[in-house]
Design a protein around this ligand. Structure first.
Ligand SMILES: [Zn+2]
Length: 561
């Protein structure tokens, strides 16, 4: 019993000692753990790739020598400037302050570009090239994270069926892309149809194909290999199809179709009897002068013509009659007839004619056209002024005729030859008196108004006598004459002028003035015919046409010689 008790006591003692030793050991270890601050990166240099905006991964840790050897992150400050937008080296200090421990660690930060550019090829990487033609670049683009667009710096090299694209950025990073070429003709030939893909053929005529060509990038002209299928029956209306086929040496086929329409494509023709454009007096009766219509297929279609519009002869105005006809195939023709219903100029007050006055004046006649002009003026009850010449001696008698019909005769020139006329003042008056004498002989009256050939401001006279226009404008009054230029021109001596252009020119000019002196020449049919249009417009719009007299306001150009 005693022995057993002794053993138990001994075991207790040993256990107690072990526990005491263990406790002392743990306390000793705890007292031996030292805490310190350290950056989570070793080495002097921190490399940061261009494009990053801040230093994120570097920070201070609080570590223990025995416990917490991995460390706990603590608040870290970075002292020093880093420009993330520039490649380069920057000095910074990492600082931390934690439980009376301080860290101040210098590091070098390097902003670097190690990212290579990227090359992108247009279309797929493998490209077809036509044999014989060689490879044609389809395009590419190179973009670098630092340098931006480097497409211009890409080097392209073609070798043994491979195109190699290389480029290096400013930091020396290179990229390389390959395009494998497959030499094969994949482009079909082209068939071109002369006169296009749709043509019209008149029924009953002969049809011959207008022709075609076929060409291929590899084979060249292969027109003679084209096969043509399809028939055209020109006796029967309808749409026919002709098919053109060709295959190149690489088996690329092209098919083109042409539509041929057979029918009647010629419109009927309407022929008007009488004038297409005519002037009739207010109050007269108007009867349709008649018409015919014929068609190449249907023959006489006169009965089928539809007439629309009518002529109102009770008042002044422009009347349009329209004639329309359609053939059996549907081709339509329309023609118009214009009938101007005119009024004579109303009586007017020659002393106070108002503020819309037009003096029509005609130079260079009389000629073979003067008689027609007098007829037109009579029709409208209008008097005009004629600056006459002896250029057409056979029509001298028209000076007398014009005078007797109430128009004003004025003087222009006898010969209308600048060189002899403007050689000297003396020469001028010699010429003027020759035409004056003819006028007196024809009319018994001496004209009082003169117009200088070329106008007062002509410069052609400089060639023959310096200053003559200036002195003539002064001396003319001592010879008892007035002179007059113009403020509206018909432009009728331009070779391109027409009846319409002359009328339009006079009308637009007259609209701008309260008093217009219009220059025209009664030496061409177009100028004389235009007078009818001018009178119709003027009377309809309330203008008064007057012959010139000594009390008319004279238009004067400034002499240039
Ligand atoms: Zn003239």
């Amino acid at each position: 019993m005693e022995k057993e008790h002794k053993i138990r006591k001994t075991i207790c003692c040993v256990l107690g000692i072990i526990i005491i030793f263990l406790g002392v050991g743990v306390i000793g270890l705890c007292l031996g753990n030292q805490y310190y601050l350290e950056l989570n990166t070793q080495g002097e240099c921190i490399a940061i790739e261009y494009g990053e905006q801040e230093i994120t991964d570097i920070q201070a840790l609080c570590k223990g020598t025995v416990w917490n050897r991995k460390g706990t992150p603590v608040k870290t400050k970075i002292i020093g400037e880093v420009d993330f937008k520039k490649l380069g080296t920057y000095e910074v200090t990492f600082e931390a302050d934690y439980k009376n421990m301080k860290l101040s660690d210098k590091r070098t930060v390097v902003i670097q570009d190690t990212t290579p550019p990227e090359i992108e090829l247009v279309s797929n990487g493998d490209s077809y090239a036509n044999p014989g033609l060689g490879y044609q670049e389809e395009g590419f683009q190179a973009i670098d994270n630092f340098d931006g667009d480097l497409t211009e710096k890409v080097k392209v090299k073609e070798k043994e069926g491979v195109v190699i694209y290389t480029v290096t950025d400013s930091s020396g990073n290179s990229a390389k892309v390959k395009r494998k070429l497959i030499y094969k003709d994949v482009i079909a030939p082209v068939i071109t149809l002369k006169q296009g893909n749709e043509i019209k053929v008149n029924r009953g005529t002969n049809f011959t194909d207008p022709g075609f060509t076929a060409s291929d990038e590899c084979d060249g002209d292969i027109t003679n290999q084209v096969s043509v299928e399809g028939d055209v029956d020109t006796k029967t209306d309808g749409t026919y199809t002709i098919t053109y086929k060709v295959t190149d040496s690489s088996d690329n086929q092209t098919i083109v179709k042409r539509k041929v329409r057979v029918g009647d494509f010629v419109a009927p023709v309407i022929a008007l009897r009488g004038e297409k454009s005519s002037y009739i007096k207010v109050g007269t009766s108007y009867a349709e002068p008649g018409f015919t219509a014929t068609d190449n297929v249907d023959g006489n279609l006169t009965e089928k013509v539809k007439v629309s519009g009518s002529v109102n002869t009770s008042k002044m105005g422009r009347n349009v009659v329209t004639y329309t006809v359609k053939d059996a195939f549907g081709n339509q023709t329309t023609v118009e007839r214009v009938v101007y219903v005119y009024e004579k100029q109303a009586s007017y007050n020659p002393v106070n004619p108002g503020n819309k006055v037009i003096y029509l004046t005609f130079d260079d006649g009389p000629s073979r056209y003067t008689s027609k002009l007098l007829g037109i003026l009579d029709k409208y009850g209008v008097k005009a002024t004629f600056f006459v010449t002896n250029q057409f001696p056979a029509y001298q008698y028209m000076i007398g005729e014009t005078h007797r019909r109430g128009h004003t005769i004025a003087l222009h020139t006898y010969k209308h030859n600048y060189a002899s006329l403007y050689a000297s003042e003396d020469a001028y008056y010699k010429d003027l008196y020759l035409i004056r004498d003819i006028c007196i002989k024809q009319t018994g009256v001496e004209p009082k108004i003169v117009r200088f050939p070329g106008g007062t401001n002509n410069t052609v006279s400089r060639n023959y006598c310096k200053g003559i226009m200036t002195s003539l404008t002064k001396s003319l009054q001592y010879h008892g004459y007035l002179y007059c230029d113009w403020n509206v021109s018909g432009g009728d001596t331009y070779s391109g002028s027409t009846r319409t252009s002359i009328a339009n020119s006079v009308i637009s000019g007259a609209k701008k003035n309260s008093v217009s002196v219009v220059l025209q020449h009664d030496t061409t049919d177009k100028s004389v015919s235009a007078v009818e249009d001018i009178l119709f417009w003027g009377i309809q719009n309330g203008y008064t046409f007057l012959p010139m007299s000594e009390s008319t306001p004279m238009v004067h150009f400034k002499p240039k010689n």
